[in-house]
Design a protein. Structure first.
Length: 522
């Protein structure tokens, strides 16, 4: 079932395994997929003498397997065949259990994971074609490895349609704990950890000296791990400065971009590839320390020594801070939107589009991302309606022409989305307003994809001067209203939110900070 070349690559990866791992299958001959799963895992176990398959037949429709390390439960299981994008999740589950994975969190984050209390049984419903699902699956598998209170199961939604229907899953990845959805869509380790901390708060007993927060001092703190942040960190390191990069994830918003064709000198790349390249480049500089999966809680920027406090109590201080926290998906902020996220309201057409095959959907937003989403969805949906607030679309003409040529795409301009309507379980319609006539009507549909751009992630920085739309105001040298604090990229007031511009702005901010240091300003 697995290609010979893939098996050889896995063999090479598993050469250094130390522990022994059992793939314990529970399956029923009544399920036609059982034979495929047995074939898949038998091929897989042949890649290392440290792997073995243990088969348990059942009389019901049980189907899946658990991962054991040296005969002990790891808390990780898979209900489905982890092929496609989820194949990497299986590989990393074993490598991480062996302590050899490359995505294991640092001690500061691991401490927070181990502090979670309660009986935490998690399930992640996935699609094997989803590019965001593996990140969530791999993250929660790590949680299970680090904390014996946690177990995690990947579920291929396509093989368990009755459960998908019962739980009302309409977007992936969808994470449930005892039939209650706790997360849907793309999510970093830090985001998932915060949600679990809210649901299963650490007990007071865990607040011991062992868990005391760290306080670290650096020459420069870079906040954000996207193109602007990476550029700022690299340029600072090249000046011989000790740099802390504090970020929710390396790559930032770029990581969610499917195709990139305007990064000069690189005809085509993906957001995931660019994020990996940023991480590789950062690793070339030993004076850069990465602190990923951190969310800023408090800032103190007015003094000569700036302090940044993150979730979990860690404190970072430096005389210079470069803010490159980027931007996040903008929401409609209308009645019903938050209630139906994951149940008809979606943000990623590539991941969640397949759930709406043969159905009617709307895309809110007439820019490039919105029209591109409509074109993609038109290939699988019965009908796609594009809703644009302004009287004309903002997308490039070539995209507009393509969308208008598709028979199942309808474009409504001068249209305001007033309300997301549902029946308590899923979205059933949108309440729309014609901005020319002020007339309102309901548009019956099965789902809505929100594509209205990004908003600056500037919320933690109330000490700084901001624009009307929340962007941090900077001068031509990326200096903010406070000496020693700089901003770069999409979080700032620089025009044109483009990757290549963010990279240049990050470099400019780093050079400005170094120049201020040399001149004694900071």
């Amino acid at each position: 079932m697995l290609d010979t070349s893939i098996l050889q690559q896995v063999t090479d990866v598993f050469r250094t395994l130390e522990a022994h791992y059992t793939l314990r299958i529970s399956h029923s001959p009544l399920r036609e997929e059982s034979k495929q799963l047995l074939e898949f895992l038998n091929d897989f176990q042949g890649t290392s003498s440290h792997l073995k398959v243990e088969v348990h037949k059942t009389d019901d429709y049980t189907f899946g397997f658990a991962l054991l390390k040296n005969g002990e439960e790891t808390g990780i299981s898979f209900r489905g065949i982890p092929n496609g994008h989820e194949f990497t999740s299986l590989l990393l589950a074993i490598l991480n259990a062996d302590g050899k994975g490359k995505n294991l969190p640092d001690e500061g984050v691991a401490r927070r994971i181990r502090a979670l209390k309660g009986d935490i049984h998690l399930q992640t419903f996935v699609s094997l074609t989803c590019t965001n699902c593996p990140d969530v699956v791999q993250t929660l598998n790590i949680f299970a490895l680090l904390n014996p209170n946690i177990c995690h199961e990947m579920v291929d939604g396509a093989l368990f349609q009755s459960e998908v229907d019962k739980l009302g899953v309409q977007a992936v990845p969808a994470v449930f704990c005892k039939d209650k959805m706790i997360h849907v869509g793309r999510g970093s380790l830090g985001e998932l950890l915060e949600k679990l901390e809210e649901a299963f708060p650490p007990s007071q007993e865990t607040e011991s000296d062992e868990n005391a927060p760290f306080h670290r001092h650096f020459d420069v703190i870079v906040l954000g791990g996207g193109p602007a942040g990476a550029s700022a960190a690299i340029y600072s390191a090249r000046k011989g400065l000790k740099v802390a990069m504090v970020a929710e994830r390396i790559g930032g918003q770029v990581k969610d971009t499917v195709g990139i064709e305007n990064l000069i000198s690189i005809p085509y790349t993906t957001g995931s590839e660019l994020a990996d390249n940023l991480r590789t480049h950062l690793a070339h500089y030993p004076t850069i320390e990465l602190f990923e999966n951190r969310r800023i809680e408090n800032t103190s920027l007015l003094g000569k020594e700036k302090e940044i406090t993150v979730k979990g109590g860690e404190v970072f201080s430096a005389p210079a801070v470069i803010i490159a926290t980027g931007a996040g998906w903008r929401r409609l902020n209308v009645e019903g939107e938050a209630e139906y996220i994951g149940r008809g309201v979606a943000f990623c057409p590539h991941c969640d589009g397949p759930f709406y095959a043969g159905r009617e959907v709307a895309v809110v937003g007439g820019g490039n991302s919105g029209v591109e989403a409509a074109i993609d969805l038109a290939g699988i949906c019965k009908k796609v309606t594009v809703l644009e607030f302004m009287d004309t679309l903002k997308a490039d003409k070539v995209l507009q022409d393509k969308a208008k040529s598709l028979p199942n795409v309808e474009i409504l301009t001068s249209t305001q989305t007033m309300q997301v309507i549902g029946n308590g379980e899923k979205v059933t319609a949108l309440r729309l307003k014609n901005r020319t006539t002020d007339a309102e009507h309901n548009l019956p549909l099965d789902g809505v994809f929100v594509q209205i751009g990004l908003s600056a992630n500037s919320q933690p920085f109330d000490e700084l001067e901001k624009s009307r739309i929340g962007e941090i105001i900077i001068d031509t040298h990326c200096r903010t209203s406070i000496p020693g604090v700089y901003a770069a990229g999409d979080v700032s007031s620089v025009p044109y939110k483009q990757i290549i511009i963010s990279m240049g702005e990050g470099a400019k901010a780093a050079l400005s900070a170094f120049d201020d240091k040399v001149r004694g300003v900071i």
